[in-house]
Design a protein. Structure first.
Length: 147
């Protein structure tokens, strides 16, 4: 196999895809959790349960999955040498945007834990669509490579 990964390439690619799936699952779940958390009275027992759920989701699934996605993705990038191809640059920009979205969701969940609701419930429901749109674009860019 060409590239520095050699025969490990299909394993690294598989790991990258697996962790993308985990990350995206969490990115769909966290805004949904926040929608359910939205109407709960701050400081209540139910509020504490939602805070614990959101923290577990962030620390056990979303944060590690994002880090592994990035790690394996950068390994693939250096192995394949596609960094100057237009499809890859667009994909990379979308992944950067998803990483920013991830950070924004984390900050929202921390605000909810502090008893603040800095976004409307409708805004949360709309935000829940971001990962789906990003995945559609990424899959098309990687598989079809239209540019």
């Amino acid at each position: 196999m060409i590239g520095w990964l050699g025969d490990a390439y299909p394993w690294i690619r598989s790991a990258h895809i697996i962790f993308v799936i985990f990350w995206m699952a969490g990115m769909f779940m966290l805004p949904r959790f926040l929608v359910y958390h939205y109407g709960v009275a701050p400081g209540s027992a139910e509020d504490a349960l939602w805070i614990a759920r959101e923290n577990r989701l962030r620390f056990i699934i979303i944060n590690p999955a994002m880090l592994f996605t990035w790690g394996f993705g950068l390994m693939l990038l250096t192995h394949l040498g596609v960094g100057r191809e237009t499809w890859f640059i667009l994909k990379f920009l979308i992944v950067l945007g998803l990483s920013g979205y991830h950070g924004w969701l984390v900050s929202l969940s921390k605000a909810f834990a502090a008893g603040r609701r800095p976004i409307s419930e409708k805004g949360l429901r709309l935000a829940n669509e971001v990962p789906g749109l990003a995945i559609i674009l990424i899959v098309i860019l990687v598989i079809v490579r239209p540019f």
